[in-house]
Design a protein. Structure first.
Length: 77
C-alpha cells in the first residue's frame, strides 16, 4: 500500500510533487492537500500514481551520542 506519509513529496499532509506546478508568488513547488490528490479523478488517484518512496535515513548512534560508551559489534566497550 502506498501511503502519502512514506512519499518523498509529503510534508504536513500536503503534496509537493513537481507536477503541481510552480508557485508564482514564492517560487517553489505548489502544494496540494494529499487527501484531494488521492481522489479518483485527481492526479495521484487512490493507487498513488505520483508516489516515490522516501530515502531511508541511517543514523550512526555512536556518532550522535559520542559521549555514551556504546559497545562495538564484539560487545567490547
Amino acid at each position: 500500500m502506498k501511503l502519502c506519509i512514506d512519499c518523498k513529496y509529503y510534508k504536513a499532509r500536503s503534496c509537493f510533487h513537481p507536477s503541481n506546478g510552480i508557485d508564482l508568488v514564492e517560487g517553489g513547488i505548489k502544494s496540494e492537500a494529499c487527501a484531494i490528490l488521492r481522489l479518483e479523478h485527481r492526479s495521484c488517484t487512490p493507487e498513488g500514481l505520483l508516489f516515490e518512496a522516501m530515502e531511508p535515513v541511517i543514523y550512526d548512534i555512536a556518532e550522535l551520542f559520542s559521549e555514551a560508551p556504546f559497545p562495538n559489534i564484539r560487545g567490547e566497550k
